[in-house]
Design a protein around this ligand. Sequence first.
Ligand code: GLU
Length: 295
Amino acid sequence: MKRRDDRGVVASYIPELARVDPGAFGMAVIDADGNLFEGGDSDTAFSIQSISKVFTLTLALGMVGDMLWRRVGREPSGTPFNSIVQLESERGIPRNPFINAGAIAVTDVILSGHKPREALGEILRFMRFLTDDPTIVIDEAVAASEQRTGFRNRALANYMKSFGVLDNPVDYTLGVYFHHCAIAMSCRQLAAAGRFLAHLGRSPVTGHAVVRPERARRINALMLTCGHYDGSGEFAYRVGLPGKSGVGGGILAIAPGKASIAVWSPGLDVSGNSHLGRIALETLTRRMGWSIFGA
Ligand code: GLU
């Protein structure tokens, strides 16, 4: 994979992300027995961006349960990650928790009753708990970069606020959102964090049940149908696993019962998903027979 030259384009709308080496590639796979298989830059921390939305969704469901679905839907959007068009006709309710508008609404739920710093601490603690790794931090330069330039997300949040979908001050909600997107993790750490989704909600890292099996199944269903924006159908077609991408070039993919997989290559395709990352996952699932749809 390192040698391939069709790498897509590194995200530049968050200026700090444009500085990342487009030649980077890493992958980590942790199987059901906890064996780690890794290659390339699997130990290099990168900006997890929208992959954080899997974990904020998990936290928000833990806080408010199914009440969350009053504020956000569960349908694929078929539109780009930062699209505003559906919000008007659907009265400020985002299609799903993984498009930006939906993730901002989820962040608002986590923030309610807390100060932004506390909410962010909660999210970071969750990532450290899942990985059993206290070294995970937020890349403040990336967060500040998006705070300065995130006009589209500001528009989405203000629009939702006008419909009463957000409870907290828009700046607070966005501050937490930009910061959790800026969490930096390596493929190795991310694969560890995803293990509860591969094992019926129980994290073999900690030995604890993170969520009930039914909830893990549902989060996986949302990752499959909505995890790659308007490229979700293509990802399901080619890879056949629940997955969540981020514009930092990472993808977390779950082979239920078998493995948690993280891949990172910063060049993106037209839908904002890692180009080489998707190809690597397609190759891996084909070789391993891991697609949830069979061979
Ligand atoms: N922080 C990014 C944004 O809101 C996340 C997008 C992504 O990773 O897909 O634009």
